[in-house]
Write a protein that binds this ligand. Sequence first.
Ligand code: NAP
Ligand code: GDP
Length: 341
Amino acid sequence: MEGAGLVGKRILVTGGTGLVGRAIEKVVADGEGQPDEEWIFVSSRDADLTSTTETKALFEKHKPTHVIHLAAMVGGLFRNIRYNLDFWGAGFWGSPPCRSEKSLHPQRRNILINDNVLHSAYETGVQKVVSCLSTCIFPDKTTYPIDESMIHNGPPHSSNFGYSYAKRMIDIQNRGYFEQHGCRFTAVIPTNVFGPHDNFNIEDGHVLPGLIHKVYLAKQTGSALTVWGTGKPRRQFIYSLDLARLFLWVLREYDEVEPIILSVGEEDEVSIREAAEAIVEAMDFRGELVFDTTKADGQFKKTASNAKLRRYLPSFQFTPFRQAVKETCAWFNTNYANARK
Ligand code: NAP
Ligand code: GDP
């Protein structure tokens, strides 16, 4: 979107084809962009950000003044357990390391992507970068609620140590670029995100898109819905379109280098069972719900405080969880043929 001769900010969104990127694109297209903003949404087709050369070329081509950095190898609990090393990003240089065909994600390596993006942003004089952490990177053994000061206070949950440490290093780099070079590079910390354009792959995706897809199939075959684990773990879910609106605010108005948690309140945390029930209702599923307790529960909870966000934006309205689930299920039903699955 380009204003009539008013362009002051050229905003490059890496990961622009993903769940969060598509939500930002929609919010901007629906009228929340500003006349002095030009938005550029890119994917791995525009540049493989694990490649320093391709990343530099991307920045030289678009000359962004601002960057929202979303690109990452992303996955739910079970994909993280399978590919912890790949989520970190080691073993990419030189001769092929010892790895099986299945652990090969040569274009999806988080530490490389983040380093290339932040350094290219520094080298090309980008005024502000907003990167994306996640509440699942916090210490496993901690007190609740988690807040922004606690990121580095202890090891993350073992199920996603690769992803977590790669993400934590963004915070280290942001502080370093600020201290040595005065760069305004910051990060947001969303809780579990869901919405249209999510990855609905059952093996690789997160819990809500996975369960929505499972219900869709169970309705077709008349079978039960199998929820993995005990259903007791608790999560705070944020609708991608709410997160997108918050991203616009952070880009325009949040000036700290310290990250900020973007989350619904602690009182809005739900169990996996309750989340599954919301999907059952939204999809009008009449079958049985069973829990496969041979599957991992992962982190029991990662309850985050949104007190800092509330100090800045006391009246921001989150979409009610059940309404957002309904909208996401409706999107999936309508777009089944082309959805990522
Ligand atoms: P997503 O739907 O999986 O999308 C990932 C995006 O990254 C896609 O646009 C993909 O491009 C791009 N990408 C991946 N590898 C790339 C590479 N090597 N070079 C260039 N682009 C690459 O992810 P998402 O759920 O929107 O997540 C966005 C951000 O939010 C991530 O940083 C993630 O860690 C963070 N986050 C997500 C959640 C969640 O629940 N989903 C929660 C907290 C934080 P292609 O389309 O070309 O593959
Ligand atoms: P996490 O929040 O980072 O742990 O990742 P997920 O979004 O994958 O959520 C994992 C939680 O949901 C665990 O407690 C799982 O046992 C539970 N769960 C239940 N059914 C599913 C499913 O079909 N897919 C996934 N990914 N998780 C499920």
